[in-house]
Design a protein around this ligand. Structure first.
Ligand code: PLP
Length: 465
């Protein structure tokens, strides 16, 4: 064994202790460090020929890279839809790495059953019935891709084409209908050979809503002339957290033949709050469902879950039979269900967080985040320099400058907020209008944090940036 490697083996407890000490220092610093990293990236070091050992690597990382990372795990990073990592989920992630299981199949481990247990808990958390099976994937974009891949296979079933063997081209054009789809839907369509141009936008409800007009969706379905189509319903849009009426969309299945995929990346968490659970009524009727976990479950990147009612079709798409892997049985190994073959025990951080905090603990995070979004929304509304672009429906505040909200001035405002080190918000365009979004998803955020964000917004917008 390389002597440096042998030395690390001998000192493994000390090395892990040192890594723990650095992590504790970094995480404790989240409340005070600048929220966004500033300064240029360092130049590249050459590939090390001789290694320096784990302790020296840790020291080099702490000195050279850690200061350039963002405080995105902290309480005032409100960009995109960014969750943090609960304490127990970090412990679970460390165990995932330390025990290094390959979740592709049983292979001498029962770790697969832990993923199945976690999927069953999540299914219950989001109000899905037992007809849905699920698997962990890396994120909502991948969950959407898998859901649409199963939908593509379903379209083949309707047309008498085995897509997994004959290829997507054998299907002919397959339209995807959606009101306000996330950008990852088009990416999935590109990956799956459906083509980005087959996305058919469906009109939205009037009054600046991002929810689909169900009557217009029905018209579009009637216009499909009996050809199978995929419908992507949206449960929680990124700008204003609007929800399609899932019940009404699902009811159309009585008259039209379509695959219903619901992108509930973070909106599914409305199910945890009695006040908002009605927003996801009808979710169970979907053929496939996407839920992100590194957003509102607050587990470390990367984790999402993918549910479907048609595991048989999922198996047709993803099965990976070989002499040494064997044929998939009645409870197929995960390598037959997702794009990956080898995969990490991505479920363990979620398992830890659900065991540690339960449904109640996670509900408290969701309800607090919603209350804080309302608090910031009311504050923004009261500022002379800013105005809300939409009511605060759940956990996102979408707003812009009260005067001359050009893309340039709005981007400058976002930069000024980031440069303050106090907060981070991200630009968007909503209804053709440049604006900013502040998304509350982090388990740590408090009223005091929210008031600090409001203060920096007041200062930056007051300066006429
Ligand atoms: C974040 C998000 C996605 C993409 O999720 P990733 O985890 O970044 O892959 C898809 N849909 C919606 C609605 C989202 O909010």
């Amino acid at each position: 064994m390389d002597p440096v490697l042998a030395g690390d083996l001998a000192r493994l407890p000390e090395l892990l202790q040192a890594a723990r000490d650095l992590a504790v220092r970094e995480v404790a610093g989240l409340a005070v460090r600048p929220v966004a990293a500033s300064g240029p990236a360092p130049g590249r070091d050459p590939l090390p020929a001789a290694g320096v050992g784990g302790d020296a690597a840790l020291a080099r990382f702490a000195e050279r890279w850690a200061p350039l990372f963002s405080g995105s795990a902290g309480p005032r990073y409100l960009g995109f839809v960014t969750g943090g990592a609960t304490p127990a989920s970090v412990a679970g992630d460390w165990m995932t790495a330390a025990l290094d299981q390959n979740l592709s199949g049983a292979g001498g481990s029962r770790a697969q059953e832990l993923e199945r247990e976690t999927v069953a808990w999540l299914r219950e958390l989001f109000g899905l019935g037992e007809a849905h099976s699920g698997a962990f994937v890396t994120g909502a974009a991948m969950s959407n891709t898998v859901g649409l891949a199963i939908g593509r296979e379903w379209a083949g079933e309707r047309l008498g084409v085995d897509v997994s063997r004959a290829g997507a081209a054998a299907l002919g054009p397959l339209d995807v209908l959606s009101g306000s789809p996330h950008s990852s839907i088009e990416k999935a369509m590109s990956v799956l050979g459906l083509g980005r141009d087959r996305l058919r936008p469906v009109p939205l409800l009037p009054g600046g809503r991002e929810a689909v007009d169900v009557a217009a969706l029905e018209t579009a379905l009637a216009g499909a002339g009996g050809r199978p189509v995929l419908v992507v319903a949206n449960a929680g849009t990124v700008n204003t957290v609007d929800f399609d009426d899932l019940r009404a969309v699902a009811a159309l299945k009585e008259r039209y033949d379509f695959w219903l995929h619901v992108d509930a990346a973070f909106g599914a968490f409305a199910a945890l709050s009695p006040e908002h659970a009605a927003l996801v009524d009808g979710l169970d009727a979907a053929d496939s469902v996407c839920v992100d976990l590194h957003k509102w479950l607050n587990v470390p990147y990367d984790a999402a879950v993918q549910f479907t009612r048609r595991r048989d079709l999922q198996l047709a798409v993803f099965h990976n039979a070989s002499p040494y892997l064997g044929l998939p049985g009645s409870d197929p190994d995960f390598l037959h269900l997702t794009p990956e073959n080898s995969r990490r025990l991505r479920a363990l951080p979620a398992w830890f967080s659900l065991v540690a905090y339960g449904r109640d603990g996670h509900r408290e995070v969701v309800e607090r985040n919603v209350a804080l979004a309302r608090r910031l929304g009311a504050g923004v509304d009261a500022l002379p320099g800013l105005e809300l672009l939409a009511p605060v429906r759940l956990n996102v505040v979408c707003f812009t400058l009260a005067t001359d909200p050009s893309a340039k001035r709005v981007a400058a405002l976002a930069r000024a907020v980031a440069a303050s080190g106090e907060a981070y918000v991200t630009p968007t365009v909503y209804g053709g209008m440049p604006g900013l979004r502040a998304a509350f998803t982090n388990w740590r955020t408090t009223e005091a944090d929210t008031d600090r964000v409001l203060a920096v917004l007041a200062a930056a917008s007051g300066r006429g940036s």
